[in-house]
Write a protein that binds this ligand. Structure first.
Ligand SMILES: Cc1ncc(COP(=O)(O)O)c(C=O)c1O
Length: 456
């Protein structure tokens, strides 16, 4: 664990030297923005490098440094940065105008594509972000069931809304005694992948349980897949008590295959929340659900029979609808090459990272599935990475978020949480370079920790 300020300073020296313009921009940003950013995840010590442009598997910062990127726009860019099929469609269609606030043919096409591929989707309503889609999904579930309570997984991220962050790992670390908001008070938090606990929670709150919301593959903590019986159990138990099952597939839909995690696991939810990939790189969110559920927001129903879902000045932004449509059609046409290739590359990358660190006597674990991966430095050998909080509380998060991150930035590699999402723009050469850099970092980490042990 990095405890020594001097050691951190040493790691940061090289980064500071190559990012002079970013340092200046950061200083400027701090005068008008909290810590210079609008999204905390985009901050890292000592300051973020400022993006200039991206292409394929790379981006360049304003100092002209090139980075092999695995963050890929919060895992959105499955075709890489600025992919030609989407860029040319946008260029060709720029003249339709920017925002209209009206209905357009593109939104119908995108909704049809979603219903075609996401097995449980019968109808879709678009919004502007994943955060919005989970807010709406919970509201829809409450209205549909006329019940209040929601069950969510400890540490899982469903966006920044109050109830979605209840039970979040970092919040628990910082929690002080305080009053709960009404939404938080109605949110029951259970550990992910614990079959007994979820059965108990569903049965205990049966009478007032509106929904269970779960990511079949939990992004936070390392893209951890639900174990085999877990999702099936939740499906059966929610059905028994008349509660809805919401799958948050904002990361997994169209990433693990066209049908997302629900197709992979063969368990169908009542409502699915979507975002990220389906916008083709432009802002989007959506809820897809059984028709009888989603129809409850229909404007043609009497006011007292419907629930307010959606709205939003920028919902169904025409260019986002078009970009999403072009992207999904591209994935459709090339699915037999794209998904097996992403999976092979993901498997190889996860194994190679662990090997690269093991070769230097460092216990690093790489969790994930398909093209998604995250690196952890467990504090004890017997840690099983089966839930976000396991990964958060029992691993050396600082070592990953500062030391690994900066050492990789110094070598022209950008990761988020020690990993990210492989895109089709990542070649085998890129991955070999990445593992080589990881090996160099492992070597330095080993050398540094023994030097510090000697110093005492
Ligand atoms: C699983 C999951 N749900 C919801 C969200 C929120 O989506 P957005 O950032 O588009 O608001 C995210 C974002 O990272 C996510 O990973």
């Amino acid at each position: 664990m990095i405890k020594d300020g001097k050691m951190t300073d040493f790691i940061l020296q090289e980064y500071r030297a190559k990012t002079i313009k970013s340092a200046g921009m950061y200083k400027q940003a701090c005068k008008v923005m909290a810590s210079g950013v609008s999204n905390n995840i985009r901050y890292h010590p000592p300051y973020p490098c400022y993006f200039a442009r991206g292409k394929g598997s790379r981006f360049w910062d304003i100092d002209g440094n090139e980075y092999l990127d695995f963050w890929m726009g919060h895992y959105c860019n499955i075709l890489g940065h600025s992919p030609e099929p989407i860029m040319s469609a946008l260029r060709e269609n720029m003249d339709i105008g920017l925002h209209c606030g009206l209905v357009t043919p593109h939104q119908v096409e995108l909704a049809e594509l979603i219903c075609r591929h996401i097995p449980s989707a019968e109808k879709v309503r678009f919004c502007c972000s994943g955060t919005e889609s989970t807010i709406y999904a919970l509201r829809l579930a409450r209205f549909y069931t006329q019940r209040n309570k929601i069950i969510k997984m400890e540490g899982a991220w469903h966006g920044a809304a109050t109830e979605s962050t209840t039970g979040n790992g970092q919040d628990l670390l910082k929690t002080k005694p305080r009053l709960l908001s009404p939404q938080e008070a109605q949110t029951i938090v259970v550990p992910f992948n614990d079959v007994e606990m979820i059965i108990q929670a569903i049965r205990k709150h049966a009478d007032d349980l509106a929904a269970v919301i779960v990511e079949p593959i939990v992004g936070k903590g390392g893209f951890i897949p639900a174990n085999e019986e877990y999702l099936q159990t939740i499906r059966e138990e929610t059905q028994k008590v008349g509660a809805l099952l919401i799958f948050d597939e904002i990361i997994s839909a169209f990433r693990l295959g066209l049908g997302g995690a629900q197709e992979l696991f063969g368990v169908l939810p009542d409502i699915t929340t979507l975002g990220k990939i389906i916008g083709g790189g432009l802002p989007i969110g959506a809820i897809a659900a059984r028709a009888d559920i989603l129809e409850r927001c229909s404007p043609t129903l009497r006011k007292e029979d419907r629930v307010l879902i959606g709205g939003g000045t920028f919902s169904c932004l025409p260019l986002a609808m078009m970009a999403g449509t072009v992207l999904i059609k591209h994935l459709e046409r090339n699915k037999d090459q794209i998904y097996p290739s992403l999976e092979r590359k993901g498997d190889w990358t996860r194994k190679s990272i662990e090997k690269a660190f093991a070769a230097h006597g460092i216990d690093a674990r790489c969790s994930g599935i398909g093209s998604l991966f995250m690196t952890h430095f467990p504090l004890r050998q017997d840690i099983e990475l089966i839930s976000p909080n396991q990964a958060y509380f029992h691993c050396d998060v600082q070592r990953r978020e500062v030391e690994l991150k900066i050492r990789l930035l110094d070598r022209g590699v950008f990761v988020m949480h020690g990993g990210g999402a492989i895109s089709i723009a990542h070649s085998w050469d890129d991955l070999n370079i990445f593992i080589e850099r990881m090996g160099e970092v492992a070597h330095e980490m080993q050398a540094c920790s023994s030097k510090y042990r000697e110093v005492g």
